[in-house]
Design a protein around this ligand. Structure first.
Ligand code: ZN
Length: 424
């Protein structure tokens, strides 16, 4: 009898003191339940929705479910940036999925506790969390038996054996050709692929999502190594390993560092590399790598975000093990919690604004061009204004010349100083 009471207490108080069992791999039904519970606990700041189609479900008929956190979670608010975390795109890489479930529980709990940092983050941002982009793959990986049976690849792809992180339209090829001819390398997604079956249902849903929502910053959570990876992922000339910088290289390096340096060990130069080889020097690089410098990937989600929309995405590798034992999950939470929150704050870096005409009428689809005044060089990647004329431009500190242009209007320029001091 006494033993039972003690065990019950351990279950309640053990995992992080906010009433959540971290040391557990949640299957599809349990994952949906956690999201529902969070919404019930924090109804005023959360909203649950499924990604839309066509198709509107995975190969095996599951939904891709998202929970939003914001003070007004159901809709976009003018000048409030939108952020997303997407996990478990590779079904057998499960740490990100559990971290996002823990993160939603944590944010709800801290908001109710009136934690000033979490409250300010939620009130100033619209945060979308999708714990699994590949729920079918997760079930395949989880049901494979032992870690040995699962190996390195079982459950990675979707139920049709499509690797979702190789299945996005290869916009890099268009961007590289455009760059060579001094043409635009942003907002390159023009074809409608809703009915194109060469793209996986999961990929088609996510593309529609990226095109519909005005996301500013994002991360794509993977596992199998420990590093924050930033664009470009695909090399220009087909080389398997070649540093391939995007026009926003400085900004992307800074974004990746904001995660790695707030992680318990990612940026530790003395840590052991995952593959135990001298090639895996990520700790000595501050815990970050350019994607193509590591290995070139075509058709990935990270570069697609950058080249199709206003969203800047990095890819996080959260640890050497893809499917670690459940009892180690609390350690992953402890190692990643501060980094997950610090990275969300980066959505408020750079500057934001609103484009209007002389009468104050908002202008969407205006182009925001930026020149770095310190080295007098253009950053050849433009963001555009969204529905209410609002826009966000992520940047590292510096002096910039901003030029806004819209069809039918004269362009207007302004100088801005970015110091990124308005974040946590
Ligand atoms: Zn992966």
């Amino acid at each position: 009898q006494i033993l039972g009471v003690v065990l019950a207490l351990v279950t309640v108080l053990g995992p992080g003191c906010w009433g959540y069992d971290l040391a557990h791999h949640h299957n599809y039904e349990e994952m949906q339940e956690v999201m529902e519970q969070v919404h019930e606990e924090c109804p005023e700041i959360t909203y649950i929705y499924n990604l839309e189609g066509p198709p509107d479900k995975t190969v095996q008929g599951r939904k891709l479910t998202v929970i939003v956190f914001s003070d007004n979670p159901k809709k976009h608010e003018v000048e409030e940036p939108e952020f997303k975390y997407v996990a478990n795109m590779h079904g057998n890489e499960v740490v990100g999925r559990e971290l996002l479930l823990a993160l939603m529980k944590y944010m709800c709990h801290e908001y109710k506790n009136q934690d000033p940092v979490i409250t300010r983050l939620i009130e100033s941002t619209r945060i979308h969390l999708m714990p699994s982009m590949n729920p079918d793959g997760w079930e395949i990986a989880a049901n494979a038996g032992s870690d040995e049976d699962r190996g390195w690849l079982v459950g990675r792809a979707n139920a049709n054996n499509v690797d979702l992180n190789r299945n996005f339209p290869d916009l890099n090829r268009i961007a590289y050709s455009n760059e060579a001819h001094h043409k635009a390398n942003n907002h390159l997604m023009w074809t409608n692929i809703a009915k194109n079956e060469s793209y996986a249902p999961e990929v088609r849903m996510v593309i529609k999502w990226i095109m519909d929502q005005p996301f500013v910053l994002s991360s794509n959570l993977h596992g199998g190594d420990l590093v924050a990876n930033y664009p470009y992922d695909e090399s220009k000339d087909g080389a398997q390993q070649e540093y391939t910088s995007s026009p926003d290289d400085a900004t992307f390096r800074n974004l990746a560092l904001s995660y790695s340096t707030n992680h318990a060990t990612m940026s530790d130069p003395d840590r052991k590399p995952c593959d135990m080889s001298a090639n895996d020097k990520f700790g000595k690089q501050g815990g970050i790598t350019n994607g193509a410098a590591w290995y070139s990937v075509a058709g990935g989600m990270q570069d697609f975000n950058y080249l199709s929309s206003n969203c800047y995405e990095i890819t996080l590798e959260l640890g050497c093990k893809k499917f670690p034992p459940a009892e180690s999950l609390p350690d992953y939470w402890d190692a990643n919690k501060d980094a997950l929150i610090a990275f969300m704050w980066q959505v408020h870096s750079g500057f934001k604004g609103k484009v209007t005409d002389m009468e104050g009428k908002p202008i969407s689809h205006a182009t925001i061009k930026v020149k770095n005044m310190t080295n007098n060089r253009d950053i050849n990647h433009d963001v555009t204004s969204v529905h209410d004329g609002d826009y966000w431009r992520l940047l590292v500190p510096g002096r910039y010349l901003v030029t806004v242009c819209a069809e039918g209007y004269e362009c207007a320029s302004k100088q801005v100083v970015v110091d990124n001091s308005n974040q946590i």
